[in-house]
Design a protein around this ligand. Sequence first.
Ligand code: DAH
Length: 367
Amino acid sequence: MNELEDLVRTAQAAFVASSTANDLENAKAQFLGKSGRITELMKGMAALSVEEKKTRGAAINAAKQAIEGALNERRQALADAELQAQLKAEALDVTLPGRQRAQGGLHPVSLTLERIEGIFGSMGFEVADGPEIETDWFNFTALNTPADHPARSMHDTFYVEGGHLLRTHTSPMQIRHAVQHVKRYRDRIDAGQGMPEIRVIAPGRTYRVDSDATHSPMFHQVEALVIDEGINLGHLKWTVEEFCKAFFEIDKIELRARPSFFPFTEPSLEWDMRCDRSVPGKITFGTGNDWLELGSSGMVHRKVLENCGIDSGRYQGFAFGFGLDRMAMLKYSMPDIRSFFEADLRWLKHYGFAALDLPTLDGGLSK
Ligand code: DAH
């Protein structure tokens, strides 16, 4: 084997032995670089005759081309291997199960509110919304509860600068809504044509200085108000009854009215519903020997009507108010009102309100 063939083989072997692009470039320099073997051989031709140069030059060129061919081949092979390795490392297994998305759910308070709005909506009630920071006038005085009235002591609340307070009940919405109503129909009223009836519910947040298993400093109430000519206690009873049947999804219920006192109603009544609580943790409505408190109500006090600019000689009204969270607790058998506001997903899941499994940060699934 001549010297050039030998050189080509050595180069081929060196290239094959290079396992990275960097090694390969170093190997290339040995043979094809400025001071590589081929360049040296070229330089060595200086002393040769023209004839010898021709044959020797052609032979060196052929060797050079063979070495370059081997280099390119190896370059390609390394590039292919690198691509394969990358593809393997970044491989996607399309058969793996997908990551589950967190599936949200409505909070039981929101669900209860939606149900209540739906039921009253079907009975022709509007839904009104009002401020949680109220004036003393709307929260107390206009509701026939003047500054020194003992009934105020049951409604201790959070006072804000400027004579405002966090409303202690949704009853101020009776005043706000009725005042607006009278304003809207001012011309008709002044012309002696009277005003259309008021039939409204006002759900919302309310506040009191209270906290135990059945009281939370922030809670929700729903107020209902109906004002028209000839409204009487029978209308009130029917409405409470129909609402309870629809809300608890039972045909047969039994209600009991107890006399009570509220400054803004006369007479005032509290409603209880017959229930069976003999099985611990379970309430059955419609049978049993127990009574469950539902809410408070009454015929709107003459002074309240007058504070709204309504002719109390012509119009009568009934109103009732009940705790929305309380209704949710009864509906879903939840024992502690405070859990509603702790934002604990485990609690929501336990009652079937939240979410399937939630993705965790590392991409796994929480159980
Ligand atoms: N606002 C009363 C409370 O929170 C409840 C109430 C009583 C509302 C009688 C009414 C009503 O509409 O007529 O204690």
